[in-house]
Write a protein that binds this ligand. Structure first.
Ligand code: SAM
Length: 258
């Protein structure tokens, strides 16, 4: 079963999105977007609204941003975060059937959302439908199978990562996304990696938050007990103390045009 985007997940995501590594990823998205004042932007799976807010600062009050998300706890926090930006609106909506008219946005963004949705052709058809002709899109997806996470108990680490691959619908979406983008009629302008590399373990590290997501998710799966997961997390702390911590994960940014 995939992870649930409920209140508890939202709290943990808040920590992740304040991290240096998440800020670095938002910067990569903003650099690729080159937003112009007055543009109409759709944030698909807007989550807690961190990127939505930064995009709003760039397009200014003559622009308009709509953030859609399927989960109310996420939308509630996003609305609170963005309340000083009346040119942002948040709406409950499914990326599979976005409640907006066709050809209505200059820009569509979806960061780390599509990997949680089974029907990839349909989400891309929707991105194509809502973009104006010539409109541009950014998709960021994580290759969860690309994780390198050092451990002196490699069998346990392997089991933990194998369970974690089940937390979303497509743990290796970047590997086949280009095929589906082309099928949807979206032209690929660029593809680039965003590497999350941590040689330390503190709240600024992407992997720090991941530990807090993985522990409750993995418990009871593939024979992993609470104690196993505690020992797994303790080992990572020890490696940090010894200066031997090593984590690496690849995310990918796809820039497309209608
Ligand atoms: C990992 S969060 C990413 C949030 C945000 N895009 C960011 O990067 O800050 C994934 C988000 O996708 C949303 N989501 C999952 N499935 C969805 C769907 N079918 N339609 C719309 N949103 C969805 C979740 O509610 C969650 O807010």
């Amino acid at each position: 079963m995939s992870i649930q985007f409920d209140q508890n997940t939202a709290k943990k995501l808040e920590v992740l999105y304040q991290s240096r590594d998440a800020k670095k990823r938002r910067k990569a998205v903003l650099d690729a977007l080159q937003l112009q004042a007055g543009e109409q932007v759709l944030d698909i799976g807007a989550g807690l609204g961190h990127l939505t807010l930064e995009m709003a600062q760039q397009i200014g009050m003559t622009g308009k941003i709509l953030g859609v998300d399927l989960n109310e706890p996420m939308l509630e926090l996003a609305r609170q975060r963005c309340q000083e930006f009346p040119w942002i609106e948040f709406k409950m909506g499914d990326a599979l059937n976005i409640p907006v008219k066709e050809d209505s946005f200059d820009v569509a963004v979806s960061v780390q959302v599509y990997e949680y949705i089974k029907d990839i052709p349909q989400v891309l058809n929707e991105m194509y439908r809502i973009l104006k002709p010539g409109g541009r899109g950014i998709i960021v997806a994580t290759d969860w199978k690309s994780i390198l996470w050092h451990s002196n108990v490699p069998d346990r680490m392997k089991r933990v990562l194998s369970v974690w691959e089940e937390h979303c619908a497509h743990s290796d979406l970047p590997r086949f996304l280009s095929k589906y983008l082309k099928q949807a009629g979206l032209k690929i302008k660029s593809q680039s990696p965003i590497v999350q590399f941590n040689s330390f373990l503190n709240p600024d590290a992407y992997s720090y938050s991941m530990i807090n997501f993985i522990r409750p998710f993995a418990e009871g799966k593939q024979g992993l007990t609470k104690e196993d997961l505690e020992a797994w997390a303790d080992e990572l702390d020890d490696l940090e103390k010894k200066g031997e911590y090593f984590f690496c994960l690849n995310q990918f940014l796809f820039e497309v045009e209608k």
